[in-house]
Design a protein around this ligand. Structure first.
Ligand SMILES: [Zn+2]
Ligand SMILES: [Zn+2]
Ligand SMILES: [Zn+2]
Length: 265
């Protein structure tokens, strides 16, 4: 299975508008962070390795920067979308999936918990309660409520309930890979769902603690408790310079960056 980090930045993106800090003005391309999203290409059940012609393509969240990310990473297919929650940085690119509707000539199933689906219906009222006259077309979406484990084609997906401050959100586990963005607490009942995770992408906003996101030290503690072999931190603010932060992270842990591709067993 192949996982591409489309966006590794926090909700403001990096650089932040009007900021002259060292990270926002850095020339290291890994310090340019679009809003958070990943793209998963998974092989069918009988295929041991990833083959782009037959893989199932899953987009996790439709970030504000979806169009830019799709162009930068040549994302040509989306078979399904998984939503972690409905904060703007995770949903505002939804309209851009019209291109996939056009190219694939069908609607796209969108998986989310009940509250997120309700919020999407409100935020995108023009899609779900369409006006009489529409210019430019509407995204064709099939809303599917997540209520336990589910499958997209041959890909088995385990939703992992997490706390993002006071807001319940979802992480996702696929095989030995887990994606846990936008969280600052993993409830007791979710740890068993993550047992055996070997490759992990987890929220690490900045060094200082935050009320809704893990800090770097808290993320390190999560990786250690899970015993993941490889871990990548995401939803990164302009407080963390890529190279300098990586230099002091423990072995097997690093900051994700836009365009990072992981081959996951
Ligand atoms: Zn976010
Ligand atoms: Zn800055
Ligand atoms: Zn959020």
């Amino acid at each position: 299975m192949r996982v591409t980090v489309l966006g590794s930045g926090t909700s403001h993106g990096v650089p932040a508008i009007g900021c002259d800090c060292a990270v926002c003005t850095s020339t290291d391309v890994r310090d340019k962070r679009t809003r958070p999203s990943i793209y998963i290409e998974a092989p069918g059940r009988s295929e041991p390795t990833y083959d782009p012609r037959t893989a199932t393509a899953i987009l996790v969240d439709t970030s504000t920067d979806l169009r830019t990310q799709a162009l930068a990473n040549d994302v040509r297919r989306v078979d399904a979308i998984l939503f972690t929650h409905s904060h703007a940085d995770h949903v505002m690119g939804l309209d851009d999936v019209r291109r996939y509707n056009q190219m694939q000539k069908r609607s796209i199933p969108c998986y989310a918990d009940r509250q997120t689906l309700e919020n999407l219906r409100q935020m995108f009222a023009y899609v779900f309660n369409p006006p009489k006259q529409v210019g430019g077309g509407l995204p064709q979406l099939e809303l599917c409520e997540i209520d336990g484990s589910f499958s997209v084609a041959a890909v088995d997906i385990v939703p992992v309930p997490l706390w993002h401050g006071q807001l319940p959100v979802l992480g996702f586990r696929i095989g030995a890979f887990a994606y846990l963005t936008d969280c600052n607490r993993i409830p007791d009942a979710s740890w068993p769902l993550l047992e055996g995770t070997r490759t992990l992408i987890v929220d690490a906003l900045r060094q200082r603690p935050h009320s809704t996101h893990f800090s770097v030290d808290q993320a390190i503690a999560v990786v250690r408790r899970l015993g993941a072999e490889r871990a990548y931190f995401t939803h990164i603010s302009h407080d963390l310079a890529h190279a300098a932060t990586n230099a002091r992270l423990p072995a097997g842990m690093e900051l994700a960056y836009d365009g990072l591709v992981l081959e996951v067993a």
